[in-house]
Design a protein around this ligand. Structure first.
Ligand SMILES: *[C@@H]1O[C@H](CO)[C@@H](O)[C@H](O)[C@H]1NC(C)=O
Ligand SMILES: *[C@@H]1O[C@H](CO)[C@@H](O)[C@H](O)[C@H]1NC(C)=O
Ligand SMILES: *[C@@H]1O[C@H](CO)[C@@H](O)[C@H](O)[C@H]1NC(C)=O
Ligand SMILES: *[C@@H]1O[C@H](CO)[C@@H](O)[C@H](O)[C@H]1NC(C)=O
Ligand SMILES: *[C@@H]1O[C@H](CO)[C@@H](O)[C@H](O)[C@H]1NC(C)=O
Ligand SMILES: *[C@@H]1O[C@H](CO)[C@@H](O)[C@H](O)[C@H]1NC(C)=O
Ligand SMILES: *[C@@H]1O[C@H](CO)[C@@H](O)[C@H](O)[C@H]1NC(C)=O
Ligand SMILES: *[C@@H]1O[C@H](CO)[C@@H](O)[C@H](O)[C@H]1NC(C)=O
Length: 345
């Protein structure tokens, strides 16, 4: 049996060293991915070593591929406003032919400063399939494991799109997982079903990025990766402690430190009414609610820094808000008009 391990060891963080300096050649993108601080490519461009991006040229395709640190993990997207990064993670597989097992690949990953986001699902595909994932066994052994089971035959009602337990099963991913191992097993070595389902598969995938198809039972591709979301924080202290050192504190103008984040480390986000990258100076910019139509004004909308104001046309008064008192015609004017019309008639 051939067991491949995808191993991603990310170097222990070196804190507080580098920050983007003006004039330095920092890549703003690699392939289709925009690289934004605290991530960076090149010395002095990233916050700490965890956020190093290696931009690698694929000689055969001629494309630039961003990699997480010095690993082989491909970055497919990143968001500094949500403190998330999307990577391509290997799919585990366990394949059989009519005489028995033929091929097996059970990837594992571990991170120091990234966590597997709870916005992923763990999905298994197969008709003789037990898929299990666990936290990698540390010094004190594995402290967590879960998974799902799917068994079916050719005559089972297997439908496209729904991963409901027949041919495809899925489970939620708990919070705060920093490592995983996937284990696949079968009950009867896919006996009598190898023609339409030779393999079992298991993988993490960002919610909404995988729809089950019955054709995946026969062939899901020999080496396949799926987009998996990781979340991250900076430093190793809480908001309150980090804030005390203004020079190293990374939540810049018009941003705030996310008190709800359990840590270790802290996260920044733009204040309400602003959007952008909270980790760089002037990264959070004002949202123009009036232009965007996300305001609550009944009549006139005036944009302000971080908010907006509502006003009423001449002759109308109120707070101008649909959820508030709105705009009502002034009583004195109403009476005048009524008087005017009756006088004229
Ligand atoms: C390079 O590109 C080729 C063609 O798109 C692809 O088959 C191959 O897997 C890529 N290599 C790496 C290391 O990503
Ligand atoms: C990349 O991430 C951003 C921010 O979360 C999101 O708006 C965008 O749709 C993502 N792009 C892809 C291709 O998933
Ligand atoms: C099953 O796979 C093994 C190993 O690849 C191979 O030696 C054997 O001939 C295969 N059996 C059939 C029936 O295809
Ligand atoms: C292992 O368990 C011991 C005793 O319960 C504890 O002191 C130690 O911190 C644990 N180590 C890890 C890495 O969880
Ligand atoms: C599911 O969709 C694939 C194409 O995406 C199609 O080939 C297959 O026949 C469909 N299966 C069912 C049961 O409709
Ligand atoms: C496979 O098919 C044979 C012949 O129909 C049957 O005797 C056997 O019990 C089946 N095995 C399983 C595990 O379903
Ligand atoms: C999954 O199916 C939904 C509904 O049909 C569709 O909107 C979505 O784009 C599909 N996603 C993928 C990754 O194919
Ligand atoms: C973060 O942890 C490192 C080593 O664990 C320590 O040296 C450093 O002082 C810590 N930094 C903060 C801000 O707590």
């Amino acid at each position: 049996m051939h067991i491949q391990l995808l191993v991603a060891i990310l170097a222990i963080a070196t804190f507080g060293s580098a920050s983007a300096q003006e004039g330095q050649a920092c890549l703003s993108s690699c392939g289709n991915v925009a690289i934004t601080f605290p991530f960076g490519s090149g010395e002095g461009c990233y916050h700490s070593r965890d956020f190093l991006v290696t931009c690698n040229l694929n000689q055969s395709s001629g494309e630039s591929v961003p990699l997480l640190g010095e690993s082989t993990i491909v970055i497919s997207n990143m968001s500094t406003s949500k403190s998330e990064v999307e990577v391509m993670a290997f799919v585990a597989r366990d394949c059989y032919n009519s005489s028995g097992p033929v091929d097996r690949n059970e990837p594992s990953m571990w991170f120091t400063d990234f966590r597997i986001s709870a916005k992923n699902k763990f999905v298994a595909i197969g008709c003789d399939t037990q898929a299990y994932f666990s936290k990698r066994r540390g010094i004190n052994g594995s402290s967590y494991g879960t998974g799902c089971i799917s068994r079916c035959g050719r005559d089972s009602l297997i439908t496209n799109g729904s991963c409901s337990g027949v041919g495809c099963c899925e489970v939620a991913v708990p919070q705060e997982i920093r490592s995983y191992e996937i284990e696949l097993s079968s009950y009867t070595n896919h006996v009598n079903i190898t023609e339409f389902n030779p393999c079992s598969y298991g993988f993490f995938v960002e919610e909404g990025k995988y729809n089950f198809s019955t054709t995946d039972l026969l062939d899901f591709g020999s080496v396949r990766k799926m987009p998996m979301l990781l979340d991250w924080a900076v430093g190793n202290s809480t908001c309150d402690i980090a804030r005390r050192d203004a020079d190293s504190f990374l939540c810049k103008g018009n941003s705030e430190c996310d008190q709800d984040y359990s840590g270790p480390g802290y996260r920044c986000r733009c204040q309400e009414g602003y959007e952008g990258n909270p980790y760089v100076a002037n990264g959070c910019t004002n949202i123009n609610e009036c232009e965007r139509g996300t305001h609550d004004c009944e009549d006139e909308c005036v944009d302000t820094q971080g908010s907006y104001e509502c006003s009423c046309r001449k002759g109308y008064s109120g707070d101008g808000r649909k959820q508030g008192t709105g705009c009502t015609q002034d009583q004195s004017k109403l009476i005048k008009i009524v008087v005017g019309t009756s006088a004229g008639s």
